[in-house]
Design a binder for this molecule. Structure first.
Ligand code: 5GP
Length: 304
């Protein structure tokens, strides 16, 4: 058998604008390469790994990136261990069949440390190691918030809504959402805290709004809705002030945990029942400056 790689039918994409990435992490990796000025091609070649007796290709491998200046193929792997094992097997086979070809498998931890180096993370010392999984990348969040802004612009056309944010988790979301909304909006914030030891989940206003919301079109902007208790209490408080309309825009919806039914007019992402940080959300006041939304490693959740 004379194994040789198959060229892509059309010239491979070499810019983020032209490429249709299969996975978010690939796009982010391409941006990192651009940042460092490293030229790349996306999936330019397919390496047949196994042929049937009649010569048909029955198994093949297309590495994600080729870096022509380094003559190096890169395969990203942010996936589950089972898939990594399969990739290892394929890579070994590739090296046997194409000994002159250089391929590197980039693991999640390599990728995270690259993000840190790249400086987009604002990772504190050691924060990268505390992240377990990125649920929504910075570029994915940007696209979704852009869509939400466009939707709000349509729905509130001809009006001047007041965006009310609950500090501190909402800071990143509010800052981005308002910039993607083309309306004469105003913003205001309130700070709340749960009563110590109060199991009802009742909330106390620590710092109230500066604006009078009577007769206004109010949009309550929330970072995350979990059981719905906080939001339900807030809505009751705000309704008592008689706004003209009152709607909710939440970035994250942990729907599976809901105890109180709350109306969510706008939702960024529905997420599973896991504790998340980043993009404003904290764990003991840390991780708010991560540009993505991630779960934490169990060790990080145990740290004081
Ligand atoms: P709820 O009253 O809906 O149960 O909780 C809402 C509040 O709990 C949010 O505003 C947020 O402060 C906090 N919260 C709930 N889930 C998470 C999470 O996964 N990560 C973080 N950082 N805060 C959360």
């Amino acid at each position: 058998m004379n194994a040789r790689p198959l060229e892509a039918r059309t010239p491979p994409p070499t810019s983020v604008e032209d490429a249709r990435f299969a996975h978010e992490s690939e796009e982010e990796f391409a941006r990192i390469l651009d940042f460092y000025g490293v030229r790349w091609q996306y999936e330019p070649r397919t390496f047949p790994l196994q042929y049937a007796d009649d010569g048909r290709i029955v198994e093949a491998f297309s590495p994600d990136f080729y870096l022509p200046d380094l003559d190096l193929y890169i395969e990203l792997t942010t996936l589950k261990q089972g898939l990594v094992t399969d990739k290892h097997r394929k890579l070994r086979r590739l090296q046997e069949l194409y000994p002159g070809v250089h391929v590197k498998l980039l693991y999640k931890r390599d990728y995270l440390s690259l993000l840190t180096k790249y400086g987009i993370g604002g990772f504190g010392e050691g924060d990268g190691a505390d992240v377990r999984e990125i649920l929504h990348s910075a570029s994915e969040i940007e696209r979704r918030v852009n869509d939400l802004g466009a939707q709000l612009t349509r729905d509130y056309a001809g009006r001047a809504p007041l965006f009310v944010g609950v500090l501190k988790g909402v800071t990143c979301f509010m800052a981005d959402l308002m910039r993607h909304t083309s309306l004469p909006i105003s913003i205001d914030f309130m700070t709340i805290s749960s009563y110590e030891g109060d199991r009802s989940g009742a909330v106390r206003i620590v710092q109230d709004l500066a604006e009078d919301i009577h007769g206004r079109d109010v949009l309550l902007v929330e970072d995350i809705v979990d059981t719905g208790m906080t939001l339900a209490t807030l809505l009751t408080m705000l309704r008592a002030r008689e706004p003209a309309t009152l709607a909710v825009c939440a970035l994250l919806d942990k729907r599976v945990r809901r105890l109180v039914d709350v109306p969510l007019g706008y939702v960024g992402f529905e997420i599973p029942d896991e504790f998340v940080v980043g993009y404003g959300l904290d764990y003991r006041q840390r991780f708010r400056n991560l540009p993505f939304i991630a779960t934490l490693a169990p060790e990080a959740l145990q740290k004081k």
